[in-house]
Design a binder for this molecule. Structure first.
Ligand code: NAP
Length: 490
């Protein structure tokens, strides 16, 4: 459904197919059988990614041949890829998303005929539009001490602007009236706040769409209380990952939830679910999610009639109550193959409840947003220095005071996990062995003296990293007008 604005014609006859891990090959095969039975004019290039690739020693999980194939076809239909949990290699999914900068992850959910849930009669028809490459999922993590791990939540104005525009354009393409931007800007004022502020700014360009900001936890709550309230929800990467599993649950669960990963040069279509190793190879998996992903892919390719034909066959099957085990309530369950055969047999039929609706291409311009807020001036206001120590804060203060005595810095705070633990401290904080000191300065030459301070400090204490605290002068964004400290909280 997405139209890329460049001079090349969109003629993707060949697509890359990645069967994936666990139940992946079964559900991908089901989707391909349906596409073939519906005479969709596609050819397939089969490629590897995921567990088998990790096993061969490739730490990315995605071999070059797969990257080359997607680079050429620009379209991939993908089964789920297994990711080692909590150690070792990166996620092969994240590798693919970053490789092709598929910044927009869309996860539509709608009430499906024949699938009875506590929300069946609630008129749910919404899309979660998730930023797909930034945020905590950029995977920038460090062991600061043997006992303290730290991850970087990295969000850019450019990344926020791209996904927010995509959300508004999705609303227009689907003829929807509102976009909710769900953030945790009340707590993470700079990262999540950047998304909120960018949303408010971009919203001005879409007067035909209602824009609302909502705190992400209230969004989760409202989705369960009144899901019909939402049309499009745009949110950051991790929030979107979690929220979209919730929205899948509203309409029947992971077995029915599809998604697309859209970039300027490539798009990857898949189920929301993972490799479900517990049911892999047992003919138990529900292929609805992958078949639905292929329907979204056809609309992306502007094969609207083919998409509608397969969607009608799928809905006719669901409506008949002939369901796989994850959904069958009282009827005997169908296996993956039998369900697929039903869908194929229903090609050409229409469900009683099918509402046809207009699909238009999502308009995304193939130009990166400009750095609209380049600072005119950058002033060093201080430094935050992180270090490992099991000493008491009072002892740390003595050390710090002895190393800053003749320099441009003054000690503002000694902090532990974001709480000030010494100067004016009245908290019950249980300190961990990663501390931070905030040193402030108004000396214009302080920058040149950071290295000598670190050298003296580092002789006594093992410091792990340093953040410079800057004040930027910005012009465009009203909420950040003038000199605004962005040094962050204690
Ligand atoms: P999961 O694979 O989505 O499975 C969770 C549970 O959901 C399954 O145990 C199964 O429940 C049910 N389920 C999922 N898909 C189903 C389907 N098509 N039909 C019927 N039931 C289905 O989540 P996970 O166990 O957390 O993750 C397993 C692996 O997948 C991990 O390595 C993870 O990293 C990876 N993963 C990959 C992707 C991706 O490639 N995009 C996404 C998510 C997770 P029952 O136990 O009730 O049968």
């Amino acid at each position: 459904m997405t139209q890329i604005h460049d001079n090349e014609e969109m003629t993707h006859q060949k697509i890359t197919v990645i069967p994936g891990d666990g139940i992946g090959p079964e559900v991908v095969n089901a989707a391909l059988q349906v596409l073939e039975a519906a005479n969709v004019p596609l050819t397939y290039e089969f490629c590897e990614a995921g567990a088998s690739v990790f096993l061969k020693g490739d730490p990315t999980g995605v071999p070059q041949a797969t990257v080359d194939s997607i680079r050429q076809t620009r379209i991939a239909l993908k089964g789920p890829l297994e990711t080692p949990v909590g150690y070792g290699e990166k996620s092969a999914n994240v590798t693919l998303r970053k490789q092709f900068e598929t910044f927009a992850n869309t996860r539509p959910v709608t009430n499906l005929p024949g699938i009875i849930t506590p929300f069946s009669d609630r008129n749910i028809d919404l899309v979660v539009v998730r930023e797909n490459v930034e945020d905590l999922y950029a995977g920038i993590e460090y062991m600061e001490t043997p006992d303290v791990a730290q991850g970087l939540k990295l969000m850019s104005r450019q990344g926020c602007e791209k996904i927010i525009r995509f959300a508004f354009e999705t609303a227009r393409a689907l003829n929807k009236k509102s976009v909710h931007c769900a953030t945790k800007a009340n707590i993470m004022k700079l990262t999540e706040g950047l998304m909120k502020r960018t949303f408010e700014s971009v919203n001005d360009e879409y007067p035909d769409i209602e824009g609302h900001h909502i705190i992400i936890d209230n969004c989760a709550h409202q989705l369960v209380i009144r899901p019909e309230l939402f049309d499009i929800i745009v949110t950051s990467n991790m929030n979107g990952d979690i929220l979209s599993d919730l929205t899948s649950g509203l309409v029947g669960g992971l077995g029915v939830a599809a998604s697309s990963n859209i970039g300027y040069n490539a798009a990857i279509f898949e189920a929301v679910h993972g490799s479900a190793p517990d049911i892999a190879g047992k003919n138990l998996a529900n292929p609805t999610a992958l078949i639905s992903a292929s329907i979204i892919m056809l609309r992306h390719l502007e094969l609207f009639n083919e998409a509608t034909s397969i969607e009608k066959a799928l809905y006719t099957t669901l409506e008949s109550g002939q369901l796989t085990g994850d959904l069958a309530k009282s009827n005997p369950a169908l296996g993956t193959k039998e369900f697929t055969n039903q869908v194929i047999g229903n090609l050409g039929k229409s469900p009683t409840q099918y509402t046809s609706r207009p699909y238009a291409p999502v308009q995304i311009k193939k130009t990166l947003p400009k750095y609209s807020n380049t600072p005119h001036k950058r002033i060093l206001a201080g430094i935050d220095v992180y270090f490992q120590s099991q000493a008491q804060a009072k002892e740390i203060e003595k050390i710090v005071q002895s190393t800053i005595v003749s320099g441009p810095f003054t000690l503002d705070c000694i902090a532990n996990r974001g709480s000030c633990v010494h100067i004016n401290d009245t908290s019950d904080t249980h300190p961990i062995d990663l501390y931070r000191i905030r040193l402030l300065t108004n000396d214009p030459d302080a920058e040149t003296q950071i290295a000598s301070f670190l050298q003296a400090f580092g002789k006594i204490i093992h410091w792990t990293h340093l953040e410079k605290l800057h004040q930027f002068e910005s012009s465009k964004f009203k909420s950040e007008k003038g000199f605004t400290s962005i040094a962050g909280n204690h």
